[in-house]
Design a protein around this ligand. Structure first.
Ligand code: GBH
Length: 467
């Protein structure tokens, strides 16, 4: 039957991690509680014109107070893993010095609750909420921020090491650097291309220093990878694809996994490397136990002038994140799109996974984010999000195909567990498996969540080695 086909092509290894992900600023709220300091996103959301509708995340989806209910939802889904991030300004309100025990305590309660429900906590140290005090001291373009991050990492690690399954360092350094400091779409909203490149290096350095600081734990780095295609085989389009692939993918993969920056990308950037100190690349190349890959879409690019400066419309007035390659245009690749305008391409996921496995030293992989925003309708207590379900189904099939092809893929985390604060888009875009009413905070499982629960149940039930 169709049912059996649907589930049998989604048979995964017994140890496969079945997850969903969130991040601190997007879900927690409680921005003034238990000694939390100010982050760059608190400041950014208070700056007119930065976030659609003037939305902020002072309350967000109130996860800080509702985490037990939210873990109960995870248990209902049958998740075996949950990826969340720690809010740095909860731990170090001013970005350095004394650690705030009340802040740490929240993550102890959360991870205890997860473990009590048989869910492995996957902790991300940095998902973009830099303490404002560190931004005031120069932010990520300032090398010292990387050392502050290593201190913070050591503290979180020491406090939570017995509670956490996997630590990861920086979520999507590309975004933190180039959306934060080049295009200005994200906090701190600076448009300083040369500083964005410094920021990228210091985020990589922060990753490496933190891996060293958390010595001997299970630790990973996280990158957001895109499949990239030239619009035609013309020399200009091939060059555009090389550039975008270079800055989005290879700049970070080569640094973390090979300990070097690709020469062609450095040349494209045109900023020199005076900020790379002796020994930095070896630090950045510190061995990791797992690489976390966030995948959403494919870029199709052209070197001919006059196209769109980025793949999707930004919600606010921003510059280009593509330092040194501002002439590249992003064209329509002809695929259906999500509510973000991002093209749906599961083949791109398979391509990306095969590429990492083929071109880089062996490292276990997980898909740490994958998902889609759609215009959900809540009707009589149901959300029939067949579009999201189809998206997830197609991408899980790509994961399955990657495993069959020999890629060491060990888990999958849907983005996101719940609808939440979608950065510059505010509450205007919903990525959740679980619908959230932003007024009442009521949670409702969407059809995609019920489907995902079935997939997980099916895989857990059919594997005799599973406990
Ligand atoms: C993730 O990043 C984030 O980790 C997560 O917090 C977020 O909620 C989720 O995605 C959904 O957005 O048009 O050329 O400027 C996604 C990575 C990078 C995807 C920027 C869109 C736009 C590229 N994003 N990209 S461009």
């Amino acid at each position: 039957t169709q049912q059996e086909q649907a589930s049998s092509h989604l048979r995964f290894p017994a140890t496969f991690a079945w997850g969903a992900a969130t991040s601190a600023y997007q879900v927690e709220g409680a921005v003034n509680e238990d000694g939390r300091g100010t982050s760059i996103w608190d400041t950014f959301t208070r700056t007119p014109g930065r976030v659609l509708g003037g939305d902020h995340a002072d309350v967000a989806i109130d996860h800080y107070h509702r985490f037990r209910d939210d873990v109960a939802v995870m248990a209902e889904l049958g998740l075996t893993a949950y990826r969340f991030s720690v809010s740095w300004p909860r731990i170090q309100p001013d970005g350095s010095g004394t650690f705030n025990l009340k802040g740490l305590d929240f993550y102890k309660r959360l991870t205890d609750e997860l473990r009590a429900n048989g869910i492995d906590p996957w902790l991300t140290l940095y998902h973009w909420d830099l303490p404002q005090a560190l931004e005031d001291a120069g932010g990520w373009p300032n090398r010292d921020t990387a050392y502050r991050f290593a201190d913070y990492a050591r503290c979180v690690h020491d406090a939570l090491k017995d509670h956490v399954h996997t630590f990861s360092t920086v979520n999507e350094p590309w975004c933190a650097a180039f959306l934060g400091y080049a295009s200005g779409e994200h906090a701190p909203g600076r448009r300083e291309p040369a500083n964005a490149v410094r920021a990228a290096h210091h985020l990589n350095l922060a990753h490496g220093l933190a891996v060293q600081a958390m010595d001997a734990r299970r630790v990973g780095g996280c990158v957001n990878l895109y499949a990239v295609s030239p619009e035609t085989r013309s020399e200009a389009d091939l060059d555009a694809a090389r550039r975008i692939d270079g800055l989005q993918n290879r700049f970070f993969l080569d640094a973390l996994l090979l300990g070097r920056y690709p020469d062609d990308v450095i040349e494209d950037l045109g900023v020199g490397l005076d900020f790379v100190a002796d020994g930095d690349m070896a630090v950045i190349n510190a061995p990791i136990d797992v690489l976390l890959v966030n995948y959403y879409s494919r870029f199709t690019v052209s070197g001919a002038p006059g196209g769109k400066a980025s793949a999707a419309a930004a919600p606010t007035d921003t510059g280009s994140p593509w330092v040194g390659s501002e002439h590249v245009s992003f064209v329509n690749g002809g695929r259906p799109v999500t509510a973000m305008g991002w093209e749906i391409d599961q083949d791109g996921l398979l391509e990306v996974l095969n590429r990492v496995a083929r071109d880089y030293p062996a490292v276990p992989l997980v898909i740490s984010e994958n998902g889609a925003a759609f215009d959900d309708v809540l009707e009589q207590g149901r959300v029939h999000d067949t579009d999201r379900r189809a998206y997830l189904d197609a991408h899980l099939s790509a994961c399955r195909a990657a495993i069959e092809a020999g890629v060491p893929l060990e888990g999958y985390f849907a983005w996101s567990l719940m609808d939440n604060f979608e950065w510059a888009w505010g509450y205007g875009k919903r990525f959740g498996l679980v619908h959230v009413d932003f007024e009442t905070q009521r949670r409702v499982l969407k059809d995609s969540a019920l489907w995902y629960a079935e997939i997980i149940r099916h895989n857990r039930r059919h594997e005799p080695t599973d406990s």
